[in-house]
Design a protein around this ligand. Structure first.
Ligand SMILES: *[C@@H]1O[C@H](CO)[C@@H](O)[C@H](O)[C@H]1NC(C)=O
Ligand SMILES: *[C@@H]1O[C@H](CO)[C@@H](O)[C@H](O)[C@H]1NC(C)=O
Ligand SMILES: *[C@@H]1O[C@H](CO)[C@@H](O)[C@H](O)[C@H]1NC(C)=O
Ligand SMILES: *[C@@H]1O[C@H](CO)[C@@H](O)[C@H](O)[C@H]1NC(C)=O
Ligand SMILES: *[C@@H]1O[C@H](CO)[C@@H](O)[C@H](O)[C@H]1NC(C)=O
Ligand SMILES: *[C@@H]1O[C@H](CO)[C@@H](O)[C@H](O)[C@H]1NC(C)=O
Ligand SMILES: *[C@@H]1O[C@H](CO)[C@@H](O)[C@H](O)[C@H]1NC(C)=O
Ligand SMILES: *[C@@H]1O[C@H](CO)[C@@H](O)[C@H](O)[C@H]1NC(C)=O
Ligand SMILES: *[C@@H]1O[C@H](CO)[C@@H](O)[C@H](O)[C@H]1NC(C)=O
Ligand SMILES: *[C@@H]1O[C@H](CO)[C@@H](O)[C@H](O)[C@H]1NC(C)=O
Ligand SMILES: *[C@@H]1O[C@H](CO)[C@@H](O)[C@H](O)[C@H]1NC(C)=O
Ligand SMILES: *[C@@H]1O[C@H](CO)[C@@H](O)[C@H](O)[C@H]1NC(C)=O
Length: 703
């Protein structure tokens, strides 16, 4: 009894401390919970923490709608009722304003950014000017004149906001009726009229997104592993990570890892993930989707011809995850190849073709980038020139404007850099920019479908949008055809086959729709496994890499599309297909193939979809940074990014607050009542023998 009651009181006391005023009975506030909010989260690397979080109970502030930059004084110095919750229209969400708010965080409870309906014309990128600056190939030791984007600054408008640390929560709000509610509440209660301060009650907002702040990944992983010895092990952060997707034109024995004799491979790569200040709104339409959709379409265009006339070399398609965070996926694949943990190794690689950002090729044409340092070696230089020759010849046939970037210019940020870090390999990166990015919204929420002109006629019903071939789809299909023909030629394929290799415009249109508009569509429904059907919805998938155990649906979707485009349907029962039953024939074995039971389509006169088995070479491999495998959490060679775990509920709500004095009074009364009850309990406890003695005597009497 003693223990229980004391514990209970301590709980109550803690609860009251954390929740402050909400403990008292005067608390009859009406909360309005806001929908469609996306928080900025806390990430850690070897040395720093970035992003945002709220305090444990959430942060509360008086709402202030920032109308213009001059208006900032009110929240920073003159306003009489800090802390303020600053609501920003998206055009005011820029570095100067955010840094001013950051630097006076005692007056700022948090920031809410209203998600815009249109994009800033002048461009906006919260990323750095030199993405993945320290983990690409261009280090001081590789070539000091190329390190740190000395020759070319790839993302000149990058303002670095995504890499700042904020001491208050920042949320994004959808501009809908919810924002209207806030606006009304603000206008009715908080608006400054003729410079005179508004009076209580004021409209306030609470943002909750508490995360375990732990300084950096080294500290966090140490704390997590120390936890293993305590009774209550608590993991406070998880490494960022996911899966890479790969597939090949010829089956590779997935069980026989390490160097593969007689095998030469042309790697065709693209990046799968993207990020933004708010991870929940990072479509990456141009920055990553344009590249991986083009590569998927090229793989589809090559499926038949490589089955019937396989070229001497194998083409290996790879889709890397987590590249936005210091090349997680590619650094892991290179590591696996070095450790003989992949069906081929680095010496099996003949050459490398990477598809970067290509969605804006209408604006500035297409460009081939190569690495000046490895080209100082004559044999590499010859191979690179022969590769660019193939590209240019194919582009000429297709009437595509394709140019070579300056030989002295380094590669833009690309997965290929991680391969070059290990050994010189001939290769190119295809992009739609010559020097700096054409993309004005790199790794931001504005890199969306409108930016790619992925828009449909206003009167087109949704089910027809899915099959509507936009100019964007036509353009990307043409780029995909060029990539496919080049890959075939580069793999040693015959010239006379080239004309028959064509990427399908409808397939590209459907991929653009499925990956950028909504995943719920007849094609995706037919080609994914039945268990995942509920995950398809009226929105695009999430492209933030996420933490290691979660969020693999986007990756799986890409693998299903690749399996559909490159695999074949085989007549095997569902049970044998999903159980990976050993097949008598070596060529059909699961060493060489992967089998997938997909949902299929419902026949016109049927009610149930007719599932079937797809055989392909598509596989997933881990995309977790080797730093976590090696427990080198301070690594400067590998990505060390981790995400802090959530502590409380994530959310935003608004309500009216009474005056500060009144709140302090009610808090005081609450605390006083508590102290009295505490004393009372103590008294009751200490005198329990006396007070309850009459109740005990009968029990004793039985002896
Ligand atoms: C940048 O490159 C130039 C030559 O291209 C070189 O003179 C200069 O030292 C380099 N700067 C740094 C910081 O390496
Ligand atoms: C960690 O991130 C910060 C902020 O972007 C950066 O300045 C620092 O160099 C990074 N540390 C490592 C080891 O990559
Ligand atoms: C938003 O408000 C408009 C009018 O104010 C109303 O017609 C509409 O139904 C509301 N939408 C939702 C989702 O409540
Ligand atoms: C949030 O969504 C719920 C249910 O859809 C709705 O009742 C509520 O009005 C919404 N809140 C706001 C602020 O729009
Ligand atoms: C694949 O490689 C493993 C290990 O070397 C071997 O045991 C197996 O027979 C091979 N499978 C095929 C189909 O060649
Ligand atoms: C590689 O090719 C050589 C010559 O064609 C052949 O003798 C050898 O068996 C092959 N090795 C493998 C592992 O296929
Ligand atoms: C590939 O071959 C199959 C069967 O021969 C044919 O139905 C299909 O249309 C071909 N696909 C392409 C893209 O040519
Ligand atoms: C989008 O359309 C506009 C106007 O038609 C055009 O100027 C622009 O180049 C197009 N952008 C892309 C990526 O096709
Ligand atoms: C993984 O996802 C589930 C459901 O989406 C969520 O409940 C869980 O917290 C996530 N785990 C981590 C480590 O983020
Ligand atoms: C790919 O999807 C299309 C459309 O559902 C279907 O017709 C085709 O048979 C599928 N191909 C494979 C190999 O599953
Ligand atoms: C499943 O595979 C086994 C072994 O290969 C075979 O004997 C059996 O007939 C298969 N079942 C069906 C339904 O195809
Ligand atoms: C559906 O129609 C096809 C061909 O018209 C026929 O072979 C099949 O038996 C029908 N299925 C059902 C369930 O009626």
């Amino acid at each position: 009894m003693d223990l229980i009651s004391t514990k209970w009181i301590i709980h109550l006391l803690l609860y009251c401390l954390f929740h402050g005023v909400s403990c008292n009975s005067v608390d009859q506030k009406i909360y309005i919970k806001l929908n469609d909010t996306v928080p900025c989260v806390r990430l850690l690397n070897a040395t720093h923490q970035i992003g945002c979080q709220s305090s444990l109970a959430g942060d509360v502030g008086v709402i202030h709608f920032l109308e213009s930059e001059e208006n900032l004084d009110w929240v920073l110095s003159t306003g009489p009722s800090p802390p303020y919750m600053v609501i920003l229209e998206s055009h005011l969400f820029n570095r100067p304003i955010m840094m001013k708010l950051k630097n006076s965080f005692s007056r700022i409870a948090g920031v809410a950014v209203i998600k815009p309906s249109s994009s800033p014309i002048q461009g906006f990128s919260p990323h750095t000017t030199c993405p993945n600056e320290n983990t690409g190939v261009y280090s001081e030791s590789y070539d000091p004149t190329l390190a740190h984007c000395n020759t070319t600054v790839w993302n000149p408008i990058g303002n670095g906001l995504s890499y700042e640390e904020f001491n208050f929560p920042i949320f994004s709000l959808k501009d809908d009726n919810g924002t209207e509610v806030i606006r009304q509440c603000y206008l009715n209660h908080n608006r400054v009229v003729n410079g005179s301060a508004p009076s209580y009650p004021l409209c306030a907002m609470e943002l909750s997104s508490h995360m375990h702040a732990v300084t950096n990944t080294v500290t966090c992983m140490r704390r997590s592993s120390n936890g293993a010895f305590s009774l209550n092990p608590e993991v406070v952060c998880d490494p960022l990570g996911n899966n890479n997707v790969w597939g090949s034109t010829k089956s590779l024995n997935n069980t026989a890892t390490g160097h593969s004799e007689n095998e030469t491979v042309v790697i065709a790569a693209a990046r799968l993930d993207s990020r933004a200040f708010f991870h929940g709104i990072s479509l990456g339409a141009e920055s990553s989707a344009s590249g991986f959709i083009t590569l998927l379409a090229a793989a589809g265009a090559l499926a038949n011809v490589t089955r019937e006339n396989h070229p001497p070399r194998t083409i290996l398609y790879t889709f890397f995850q987590g590249e936005s965070f210091d090349y997680i996926g590619s650094s892991r694949m290179v590591y696996d190849m070095e450790k003989d943990n992949f069906p081929i190794d680095l010496d099996n690689i003949h050459s490398f073709v990477e598809i970067g950002q290509v969605g804006l090729h209408n604006i500035s044409g297409l460009w081939l980038h190569s690495d000046p340092v490895s080209r100082r070696n004559n044999s590499i230089d010859t191979e690179v020139m022969s590769l660019t020759d193939v590209f240019q010849k194919v582009a000429n046939d297709l009437n595509i404007s394709l140019n070579l970037s300056d030989v002295s210019q380094p590669l833009p940020p690309a997965s290929f850099q991680r391969f070059l870090r290990s050994q010189p390999i001939p290769g190119i990166v295809l992009t739609d920019h010559h020097t700096h990015f054409t993309n004005r919204y790199f790794e931001s929420m504005y890199d969306n479908t409108e930016y790619l002109n992925l828009t449909f006629p206003a009167d087109l019903p949704p089910e027809q949008q899915f099959t509507y071939i936009t100019d964007t789809a036509k353009g990307l299909a043409k780029v995909a055809t060029m990539v496919a023909r080049t890959l075939y030629k580069q793999a040693g394929g015959a010239d006379e086959m080239l004309a028959s290799i064509n990427a399908d415009e409808l397939t590209v249109a459907q991929m653009l729709y499925g990956f950028l508009v909504q995943t719920k569509n007849p094609w995706f429904e037919a080609i994914i496994i039945p268990e995942y059907q509920p995950l398809l919805g009226p929105a695009p998938p999430e492209y933030y890499v996420g933490v290691i155990t979660n969020n693999t649906f986007t990756t799986k979707l890409v693998s299903y599309v690749l399996a559909n485009l490159t695999g074949i349907a085989v007549n095997i029962s569902r049970e044998n297909c999903t159980n990976h039953r050993e097949f008598a024939d070596d060529a059909q074995s699961t060493d060489m193939n992967s089998y997938l039971w997909v949902q299929g389509v419902t026949p016109p006169n049927g009610t149930e979809p007719e599932g079937y088995c797809v055989r392909s070479t598509v596989r997933l491999t881990q995309a977790q940074s080797p730093a976590f495998l090696l427990k080198e959490y301070h690594s400067s060679n590998y990505s060390t990014w981790s995400e802090s775990r959530w502590k409380s509920n994530i959310g935003a709500r608004i309500f009216l607050v009474a005056g500060h004095d009144l709140e302090m009074l009610t808090l005081g009364v609450g605390v006083a009542i508590l102290l009295i009850s505490l004393l009372l309990t103590y008294f009751v406890n200490s005198k329990a023998d006396f007070l309850f003695s009459s109740g005990r005597e009968p029990a004793n009497a039985t002896y």
